[in-house]
Ligand binder design. Sequence first.
Ligand SMILES: [Zn+2]
Length: 325
Amino acid sequence: MVSAQPAFGGMFRQLIELGVVEIDTEPLDARIERRLKEFWENTSCPRCGHQSIVTWDALDRIWCRDCNFKPVYTYGTPFHEKHLSGGEVLLAFTLYADTLLSINQIAPFLGRAYRTVYTAIREVEAAVQRGFPVVWSLLAQTIDGPTQVDESGKVCSGYKGQETPRNSRSRGGSSRSGRSRWRGRHGDQLTLVAACRDSLRVIRGQLGIDYSGDLEPVIQEAEDLSQPLGEVWTDGLQAYREMERDHRTVVHKERYVSPSGVHINQVECLFSLIQPWLRKFRGLSKQGLEQAAHTFGIVRSLNLAGETTESVIDCLVIGAFRSST
Ligand SMILES: [Zn+2]
């Protein structure tokens, strides 16, 4: 009898249990602390609203000169009152967002309970999503060229059967082929919609099992993050004809590259990357899966733009302060 083992990570876990892998997050802890304190000095007091907060390198407490409020510097952020240090929280998020490790594998790596790690990752994720637009707009980069837009096949978040994703080739009227479908008895099904422009990647999940995905939200989001939007390239699915975009939208019906050079290869490449990544979220709720898909776009964008962990910290910190005001 073979016991149920994850496909990957069993031996790695043994090494973790042997203490082979030592984690030292101190350099990261220090960076996060410094960044948070910088933000405190430039933000208004959450209690009295005045911009008169003072910080010190050697002190955990920050201080409002006006109302005498003295919280710790992590106050109101995803780092607050955790059983994890700031660096551990960010490490957990990085392993979640930027590797194929699941939270089930990340928790023992950090030597923490699943719940603790799960909660920390979710809070960081929400903050990163809030802060990303500001950080992205501040990066010294020019985003131009056409925007490719497409929707994926269905994604099932809770499949429990042993069926692997199966490729269905649709022939005939549709130009589309090679969708991966994850079949299962339970779980929500989502359609992913993605937009790619230069290094920018926007991914949204939409509840539903039919291919009537609305492309407008991701196009709008891509526009907000890379104004002004140029041509929009899509393929010829029925739903796209309903788009209320103007002449800038270029539709092609052939697969790969149309005679006019229009294609959506970048989006197809993105979907091929996100699928193995999303596979680690078995059993996640619809909201969780939607949030994860959106996170993947953000982290992919930052990676493609050549950004470092520093910009993730900034997303997180800006997002945290936005929620607390
Ligand atoms: Zn105050």
